[in-house]
Design a protein around this ligand. Structure first.
Ligand SMILES: NC(=O)c1ccc[n+]([C@@H]2O[C@H](COP(=O)([O-])OP(=O)(O)OC[C@H]3O[C@@H](n4cnc5c(N)ncnc54)[C@H](O)[C@@H]3O)[C@@H](O)[C@H]2O)c1
Length: 423
């Protein structure tokens, strides 16, 4: 048997999910469908070896990736993930979703993503810094403020972005704040960036609820993932009068029917690293979480968490995808049959990249906006983008995910046509 091409997905991989979503949109692309193969092939995949010296003197090697899926509409943009399960297919899928997301919101970026196959919790802070700097240096040949701009994702944060900015700047011989977004505010970061993805999840959820006639005040929210995105989404939903009834993370699940105290839960997680053991709620089993009766079920952890078997148990009105690729294609079909509205990741979690775009613009002009300006602009852009997707969903009678893909793929492929094929 001949070896498989790298673009052929392995069983239940996120890349397979992404390709199934492209297949679903193809019939709605009209004449642009001629170019759809572009979306099934990442433009460029860089795989690098990242050797570092550990604190005990041993040398360890890690796999690093940077995938630029499509650059037709502008420089690459997408996060950097540190996780022991990172592989090429996952990074290709995440980069593909960035292409779709940036186009769905009409940001002037292509799609990219990076990852290092590492458990960052097993490294000291100095080892993590060496890993980040060596990885940045290795991918330095493809990133840059006008080429490809990384940002935080799972297990990376403002400190990691500061090390990346410093390393890239040292290598090019000039401070280049615009090479990454999600930096600390004193280093050219933007106010509002840390909570932007979670805030955006709320904004899109609020708009969907309005169109579906659901009241946000008093609504029940069940959240999987209580990291950067999940905790900020919880905070914003609470501020609007919703109740966070269940939270699950890698360590366990907590439930409280009349609403968890989010500030106390945040303090508990800061102290212990997990929601497990929180005294202000009762513990639930891993699978019990998915059947929590709620208005909003918000997956905010990793890909593939909402699979077919879990979809049959869901008791929610809306699945609001804060994570990238949390719902498998089978689960999508089951949720649609059961009348659950799924708000796709490519619009629901676009708040982070939208404020990253603001950060990049502010870095270019060295002129910084207030947090109110950031939040107002974020609200306007996301609300407008979501309404456009909703109109497409009603006009073509398509699921919201396919409608978002129609909007986005049309923009990407039209840019491809307008630019023309070289040579
Ligand atoms: N950070 C951003 O700005 C951003 C932007 C857009 C999308 N996203 C997506 O949002 C998701 C979360 O990202 P983040 O930045 O909040 O990451 P994070 O590392 O801050 O948090 C991840 C959370 O997921 C939980 N988790 C991990 N494995 C789990 C499991 N098997 N079961 C239950 N919970 C589990 C962790 O305990 C943690 O609470 C990812 O899909 C990411 O790609 C992030």
């Amino acid at each position: 048997m001949s070896a498989l091409s790298y673009v052929t997905p392995t069983a239940s991989s996120p890349w397979g999910t992404y390709l199934a979503q492209i297949e679903a949109v193809e019939p709605y692309l009209g004449g642009l469908a001629r170019w759809v193969e572009t979306l099934r092939r990442p433009k460029r995949c860089l795989i690098v070896d990242v050797p570092i010296e550990l604190d005990d003197g041993r040398v360890a090697h890690f796999e690093g990736y940077r995938v630029q899926h499509n650059l037709s509409r502008g420089p690459g943009k997408g996060g950097l993930r540190y996780h022991p399960d990172v592989n090429l297919e996952e990074v290709m899928a995440l980069a593909g979703w960035m292409t779709i997301k940036n186009a769905a919101v009409n940001l002037p970026f292509g799609g990219a993503k990076g990852g290092v196959r590492v458990d960052p919790k097993a490294l000291s802070i100095k080892e993590l810094e060496r890993l980040t700097r060596r990885y940045t240096s290795e991918i330095g040949i493809v990133i840059g403020p006008g080429r490809d701009i990384p940002a935080p994702d799972v297990n990376t944060n403002a400190q990691v972005m500061a090390w990346m900015m410093d390393t890239y700047s040292a290598n090019v011989g000039a401070t280049a704040t615009g090479v990454v977004t999600g930096k600390p505010v004193p280093l050219g970061g933007s106010l509002g960036r840390v909570k932007a993805t979670g805030r955006g999840v709320f904004i899109v959820g609020r708009e969907a609820a309005r169109l579906l006639g659901i009241e946000v005040r008093g609504a029940r929210v069940a959240l999987q993932g209580f990291g950067n995105v999940g905790s900020a989404a919880a905070e914003t939903f609470c501020a609007a009068g919703a109740k966070i009834v269940a939270v699950q993370d890698h360590g366990g699940t907590v439930f409280r029917g009349d609403g968890l105290d989010v500030a106390a839960l945040t303090a508990h997680v800061a102290h212990t690293g997990t929601v497990a053991g929180f005294a202000g709620g009762e513990a639930l089993g891993v699978d019990e979480f998915w059947s929590t009766p709620c208005e909003f079920l918000v997956p905010a952890a990793l890909e593939g968490q909402l699979h077919a078997q879990r979809a049959t148990q869901v008791h929610a009105r809306i699945v609001l995808e804060a994570a990238n690729g949390p719902t498998t294609p089978d689960a999508d079909r089951i949720l649609a049959e059961r009348g659950v509205t799924v708000i796709p990741d490519v619009i629901a979690n676009a708040g982070g990249v939208t404020v990253s775009y603001f950060e990049w613009v502010q870095d270019f002009s060295s002129f910084f906006w207030t947090e109110d300006e950031i939040n107002d602009r974020l609200d306007r852009i996301l609300t407008g983008a979501f309404r456009h997707v909703w109109e497409m969903h009603e006009q073509l009678r398509l699921p919201l995910r396919t409608a978002a893909f129609v909007v986005a793929c049309t923009r990407v492929l039209q840019a491809r046509v307008d630019r023309g094929l070289y040579p």
